[in-house]
Design a protein around this ligand. Structure first.
Ligand code: NAI
Length: 318
């Protein structure tokens, strides 16, 4: 089997000075890509900055015969990061939104500054980088994006209300980019990784971390951003320790109540089992799925005919 190559492509990796980002940067450079190694070089809680983190990775890539340049901007300044790719390599093909920090604290004690900093780095930062890459992707009719969520976002996690909110945000963000990008061969997926890094070093024992090498997350990312992937987009993947699994939404059977004065809390209570009945689930992929349920229901003789839902049209347009 021939190996996946990325020759003549430019890959931007944010937060590539350590952990997962470093593993991505080393891999893509070893497979022929030009790599922009972005890292602000601050602490895991977002304090300070340094050019060292990115420089060390760039040196390692160059020493191995690869091509890389450093960028030290915060992801909040996404334009400068993408500009580094354009200036040095003339293009951008792949954006790995990976940079991240933690500000763990119980919700009772959370301050606006904890909330804001996490959202600035994870939400605004991923947006700024993707927004700056987007015109290039559209123009060249080619682009690949990986955004980084977390189990904390998918399921919640004690002491991480700020981080959970930002990380689940990456899911919706990715799914919209996938829909808007489809026409331009822009593929976007989101991963919830688990890997040994300075981020997990404080919360997991060393023997567990031994089995969570960042390198083991790389193959999924590489496969999703390779040009041979033209169909897997808008996907959510959990990945770590060699286990890779896709996630999707599941909707219970649900109850359809008549939309008149009989729609009371009591009427809902009578149908509560149906609301929660997962014995015949559906796997919705867009808002139109939900409207479809209503339309069927609205064919009841006493109900007025449903209008064509506006957002159904919008989904069809992208
Ligand atoms: P890490 O702390 O080793 O790496 C993150 C890198 O991002 C650091 O080198 C840091 O300097 C850089 N960075 C932080 N803020 C930045 C900014 N504003 N601009 C540019 N660079 C910045 O952490 P790790 O574990 O490699 O995390 C990578 C991503 O994976 C993060 O988004 C994290 O939230 C996510 N993640 C990691 C998990 C894990 O098990 N390691 C679990 C779930 C999610």
């Amino acid at each position: 089997m021939s190996e996946l190559r990325f020759d003549n492509q430019t890959v931007v990796v944010t937060g590539a000075g350590g952990g997962l980002g470093k593993a991505y940067a080393l891999f893509f450079a070893s497979r022929g890509a030009n790599v922009v190694v972005n890292d602000l070089g601050g602490s895991h809680s977002g304090e300070g900055k340094s050019s060292k983190a990115a420089d060390v990775v760039v040196e390692e890539i160059r020493a191995a015969g690869g091509k890389a340049v450093a960028n030290y901007d915060s992801v909040e300044n996404g334009e400068a990061i993408i500009e580094t790719a354009i200036k040095n390599f003339g293009r951008i093909d792949v954006l790995l939104n990976n940079a991240g920090i933690l500000r763990d604290i119980s919700f009772k004690n959370m301050k606006d500054s904890d909330w804001d900093l996490i959202n600035r780095v994870h939400t605004y930062g991923a947006y700024k980088c993707a927004r700056a890459a987007w015109p290039h992707f559209r123009k060249q009719k080619y682009g690949r994006v990986i955004n980084t969520a977390s189990a904390a976002g998918l399921f919640g996690s004690f002491g991480q209300a700020n981080y959970s909110a930002a990380k689940l945000g990456q899911v919706g963000f990715t799914e919209t980019l996938a829909k808007e990008g489809a026409k331009y061969n822009i593929i976007a997926n989101v991963i919830a990784p688990i890997a040994a890094s300075r981020m997990t070093a404080t919360v997991m024992p060393p023997d567990v971390l031994e089995n969570l090498k960042p390198d083991w997350v790389v193959p999924l990312v590489a496969a999703l951003v390779h040009s041979s992937n033209t169909t897997e987009t808008g996907g959510i993947y959990e990945v770590g320790g060699g286990h890779i699994a896709k996630l999707r939404w599941e909707r219970a059977k649900g109850a359809l109540l008549k939309t008149d004065e009989s729609l009371t809390p009591g009427a809902l209570a009578a149908k509560w089992n149906e609301v929660n009945d997962f014995s015949k689930p559906e796997y919705p992929t867009g808002p139109a799925n939900f409207m479809g349920l209503l339309e069927d229901g609205l064919k009841l003789p006493s109900a007025p005919k449903a209008e064509e839902p506006d957002f159904k049209g919008r989904v069809a347009l992208v």
